[in-house]
Design a protein. Structure first.
Length: 199
């Protein structure tokens, strides 16, 4: 069994990756999180792109633990805000991880934007770094529109105000399995599966 570190403390991300591995019958890989390894200094996310941030996190984790490490950086890019919040998604309101404040600020910023110009999408960059320095970076996008009101209680972050193209429910109204099948992170993780299966 090969241990692979997902460089995250987010239990929902860990559960999502484990579900996708199981659903795609990738055997011989055990996913562990940061809570399962000794603490190490984590560099702040200062990259200008999702890819830079994902790679930095995965490099730190692989170097500190000697395990192959996966890290992702994801966020929402809104057309009417010139692609913002982008890499600042988790701290758009000024406080890292305050989902409600971030949602409220985005909705306020889009208050006067007509429905036909409320396009946007989630982006996920995912990096796999081996202890020998080999690196793989992949990216997936999930397009839709930004709604005017939050709906749903599943998911996290901007899920309640994002309605994926082709759907009549918000991301937060989808079941975990429905979301895994189409989300930016689900797409990126599936792109990564051949690399994990080869470990």
């Amino acid at each position: 069994m090969t241990r692979v570190l997902l460089a995250s403390r987010n239990a929902k991300k860990l559960a999502e990756l484990r579900r996708i591995l199981a659903a795609n019958q990738v055997d011989g890989v055990e996913i562990v999180g940061l809570a399962d390894v000794p603490d190490f200094p984590e560099a702040p996310e200062t990259g200008a792109t999702f890819e830079e941030n994902a790679l930095a996190k995965a490099r730190d984790a692989a170097a500190a633990t000697g395990l192959p490490a996966i890290a992702d950086d994801s966020g929402i890019a809104i057309d009417a805000l010139n692609g913002m919040p982008g890499v600042l998604s988790a701290r758009w309101s000024g406080t890292h991880g305050d989902d409600k404040a971030n949602l409220d600020l985005v909705l306020a910023q889009l208050g006067d934007v007509p429905d036909d110009r409320r396009g946007g999408g989630f982006v996920c960059a995912i990096a796999l770094v081996h202890p020998d320095g080999t690196e793989t970076t992949l990216r997936a996008d999930w397009r839709g529109i930004i709604t005017r009101e939050p709906a749903g209680t599943n998911g996290f972050g901007y899920d309640p105000i994002f309605r994926p193209d082709g759907h009549d429910r918000s991301s937060a109204e989808l079941t975990p399995e429905e979301k895994d099948a189409i989300s930016h992170r689900g797409q990126a993780l599936r792109l990564l599966l051949p690399h994990l299966a080869a470990l």
